[in-house]
Design a protein around this ligand. Structure first.
Ligand code: ADP
Length: 254
């Protein structure tokens, strides 16, 4: 009888926890759909408005200006859609375990940012310590690094004489610790606990979606990792990500 009572109690607590998680997921989904559709509509409305203006415009210089504004809105739309696709793929795809070569991975993420606005001025480098096999999900690591690196570039300090971005990777049999450091504008202390929230933007420069760090956090969670940040306004930021080594977990299970 006691066993039954304990089991019933355990199931009830488990049920309660699952219900709470479901409520949270539903609330997040509602907010996500509302905000995403709102943020998708804004650039579309702006493009439609510009097309209307362009229809009756005869001055070529003015037409060029409208085209440039349209391009900005299309880029914004593209950025948001990419974020939504990343978010959805992270939620639905199975977790893979494959051998990770951090040199190849970081170089490929650096390459994909080489034509990013202002990227050319920023000195980028990395260092990898630890010669142990490391297994994880390549696609998810790419999502994490892509977002952190694009933020380090976008929030670099334009007045700095030597803007730089440095990635430190330390691998051991249990974890990979990845530090993405920049000497950019830094983050205000009172924004620190909101930067990982869905759609939170610290700066209203009309370039981002406010989803980047939320996706990073969700992706790190999916890999059972941890993320934290050290930052000082005017000095720069350091995002530290710790990802478990699947290689060890797999060997442990054999
Ligand atoms: P987005 O960049 O689209 O605004 P993110 O979720 O990637 O959205 O980032 C949330 C906020 O965190 C940004 O608006 C910015 O204020 C701040 N932030 C993120 N990364 C950095 C960084 N490397 N340096 C300074 N601020 C940052």
């Amino acid at each position: 009888t006691i066993d039954y009572a304990l089991e019933a109690y355990r199931l009830k607590s488990q049920n309660k926890e699952l219900l709470e998680r479901l409520k949270k997921a539903n609330k997040e989904l509602d907010e996500f759909v509302y905000r995403a559709s709102h943020d998708l509509r804004a650039p579309i409305a702006s493009i439609l408005g510009l097309i209307n203006l362009a229809k009756t415009e005869t001055d070529l210089d003015q037409l060029k200006k409208y085209l440039e504004l349209e391009e900005k809105s299309v880029n914004k739309l593209d950025h948001l859609l990419k974020d939504i696709i990343q978010f959805s793929r992270n939620t639905h795809l199975e977790i893979n375990s494959e051998s990770i070569d951090f040199t190849v991975l970081i170089n490929s993420v650096f390459d994909s940012h080489q034509f990013f606005e202002f990227s050319g001025n920023i000195k980028k480098d990395f260092k990898i310590i630890g010669d142990v096999p490391f297994n994880s999900d390549q696609f998810r690591l790419e999502i994490i690094l892509n977002n952190l690196i694009s933020n380090a570039i976008r929030y670099s300090d334009f007045n700095s004489e030597n803007p730089n971005l440095f990635i430190d990777v330390e691998i051991n049999k249990d974890w990979a610790t990845i530090k993405v450091k920049d000497n950019g504008i830094g983050i205000d202390e009172d924004q620190m606990d909101r930067i990982f929230d869905m759609f939170y933007r610290g700066i209203d420069d009309n370039t981002g979606s406010g989803l980047g760090l939320y996706i990073v956090k969700e992706t790190v969670d999916k890999l059972s990792g941890r993320i934290y940040v050290n930052s000082k306004i005017g000095e720069g930021s350091e995002f530290v990500v710790e990802i478990p080594n699947q290689n060890r977990l797999e060997n442990f299970l054999i």
